[in-house]
Ligand binder design. Structure first.
Ligand SMILES: NC(=O)C1=CN([C@@H]2O[C@H](COP(=O)(O)OP(=O)(O)OC[C@H]3O[C@@H](n4cnc5c(N)ncnc54)[C@H](O)[C@@H]3O)[C@@H](O)[C@H]2O)C=CC1
Ligand SMILES: Nc1nc(O)c(N)c(N[C@@H]2O[C@H](COP(=O)(O)O)[C@@H](O)[C@H]2O)n1
Length: 235
């Protein structure tokens, strides 16, 4: 089934964290944030997991450069997105879609009254069925998706071969913290040779940050089936 092309973008410290153990995720420098807004404007939709909404209360719009706002998408298993978060409060002005596994009709009504489109796409082992969710976005006309995290949702995409490109802005700061999250969390692959291979396409200095832009090497579908086979062989 066709799905949108997915770019996963994060801001990371030089020691590999996307948020401190205490919850501060203001990592990218000013110039990179402008680039992120450019990327938002170039994509049909931008997606995050519900924890990112809870922790950051993001806007996910285009405001640091000129450009159109993308559709904002939240992967929210139980449709628990707070009614007073900024995404919901601005859903009448910027298209906002909540993809959930299942939803209470009363909750759906409250969200839809506020302009949010709620789609029940069913569940997978991690939460919302991501493959079905991407197919549905494709049916809605979304051809390009900017995945902005967080790392738990990113693992769910990655292990299914659903990330095509990875862009990381490395900030010149070390924060430590064994509980501080990295760009991809979840169970992880058991061996390095089972990991998703990347090909470096570009390195650039953006303000004080260094941006690394990778393509997933090989087709995502091939990688997903290779990983399945290899995981079968290793267990
Ligand atoms: N530095 C950066 O660029 C970024 C940092 N962050 C930080 O990451 C943190 C949030 O990340 P996480 O805790 O990893 O949460 P997350 O934002 O990835 O959300 C995970 C939650 O989404 C729901 N979900 C629904 N369907 C799912 C699926 N198929 N797979 C996985 N989860 C699914 C589940 O309830 C799950 O607990 C925040 O502290 C935020 O500040 C987030 C984005 C970018
Ligand atoms: N690229 C990048 N660098 C960082 O340092 C970040 N903290 C993030 N965070 C992502 O952007 C969202 C905030 O968006 P708004 O400024 O509110 O529009 C945040 O929730 C993360 O998804 N990204």
């Amino acid at each position: 089934m066709p799905r949108p092309k997915v770019l996963y973008n994060v801001g990371m410290t030089a020691d590999g964290k996307v948020v401190t153990a205490a919850g501060d995720s203001r990592i990218s420098g000013e110039e990179d944030l402008k680039e992120v807004h450019r990327l938002r404007a170039e994509h049909d939709a931008v997606a995050v997991g519900i924890n990112t909404v809870r922790k950051d209360d993001p806007m996910l719009n285009v405001r640091l450069v000129e450009g159109e706002d993308p559709i904002r998408v939240v992967f929210d298993t139980e449709c628990s997105i707070p009614l007073d978060c900024r995404l919901v409060r601005t859903a009448r002005d910027i298209p906002t879609v909540v993809l959930c596994a299942e939803a209470d009709p009363g909750r759906v009504e409250k969200l839809e009254k506020r302009g949010v489109k709620v789609e029940e796409v069913g569940a997978c082992e991690d939460g919302v069925d991501v493959e079905r969710g991407l197919e549905l976005l494709y049916d809605m006309g979304v051809r390009t998706l900017l995945l902005e995290g967080g790392p738990t949702l990113a693992w769910s995409f990655l292990k299914r071969g659903l990330i095509d490109e990875f862009r990381v802005a490395v900030a010149p700061v070390l924060v430590g913290g064994s509980d501080a999250l990295t760009p991809v969390e979840g169970e992880g692959f058991p061996r390095v040779d089972l990991g998703v291979g990347l090909e470096l396409k570009r390195v650039e200095r953006v303000g004080r940050d260094v941006v690394l832009w990778y393509e997933v090497s090989g087709s995502a579908a091939d990688l997903a089936s290779e990983h399945e086979e290899a995981r079968g062989r290793s267990s």
